[in-house]
Ligand binder design. Structure first.
Ligand code: VGL
Ligand code: ZN
Length: 212
């Protein structure tokens, strides 16, 4: 099966930011390997949206915010369980910048997320309280998109949660696996793959996209 991206298709490039790349505060293993396939993919899509993880200092998802907690431990916040992370993607810092190695000058929207101090947001659509919307669903629907293609960092967190919310919003949803890399902490990659398959998210390779 090959897919020819058209006018009702959108590529969402998730969190390709310095803190998730080698040398960053929350470096995803082999994270820089996504840049080349994403740049190729982006050429095949007329419509591209970027997401940007964008936390205030002292964010509730940072281990440093909680006494005696270490990164990658779990905690219960008011909305449920939360993985604690090293401080990352702090608003206005170099680590929060989107990589300048992305070659996607035609990207049409950058959606920031995780800016509420007490709530995380892996998904580009909805915060971790599962209530607060970023507005992305309305934007994509108003623009008439039908299929959503997701790639970027990290496959088992922000890419997966964005894809799951796209599917539940009614978009035909694809994750491009070779254009994504995972953190894989405490079985998170297997969980994300199971959740995506249960939700009907289609996992494909970039070779299946015509022109990529
Ligand atoms: C992400 C952990 C914390 C991601 C963001 O982009 O996948 N992961 N914040
Ligand atoms: Zn984050």
């Amino acid at each position: 099966m090959t897919i020819r991206p058209g006018d009702d298709d959108v590529l969402i490039v998730v969190d390709v930011q310095y803190d998730f790349l080698p040398g960053g505060a929350l470096a995803v293993p082999d994270g820089d390997a996504v840049i080349r396939p994403i740049n190729r993919l982006a050429k095949a899509f007329r419509h591209v949206v970027l997401t940007q993880d964008w936390h205030p200092k002292g964010h509730a998802s940072f281990a440093s915010t909680h006494p005696a907690k270490q990164p990658f431990e779990m905690i219960d916040l008011h909305y449920g369980p939360q993985v604690l992370w090293p401080d990352h993607c702090v608003q206005g810092t170099p680590g929060a910048e989107i990589s300048s190695d992305l070659d996607i000058s035609h990207a049409q929207l950058v959606i920031r997320k995780g800016y509420n101090a007490g709530v995380d947001s892996y998904s580009g659509f909805r915060e971790a309280d599962r209530q607060t919307s970023t507005g992305l669903e309305g934007y994509l629907k108003e623009r008439g998109f039908r299929r959503v293609f997701c790639a970027g960092l990290a496959l088992d967190f922000c890419v997966a949660w964005t894809a799951l919310d796209a599917a539940s919003a009614g978009f035909e949803t694809y994750v491009i696996e070779d254009a994504s890399r995972a953190i894989d902490t405490n079985g998170s990659l297997a969980t994300a793959q199971n959740d995506m398959s249960a939700a009907g998210v289609r996992v494909i390779g970039s070779a299946q996209i015509e022109g990529a």
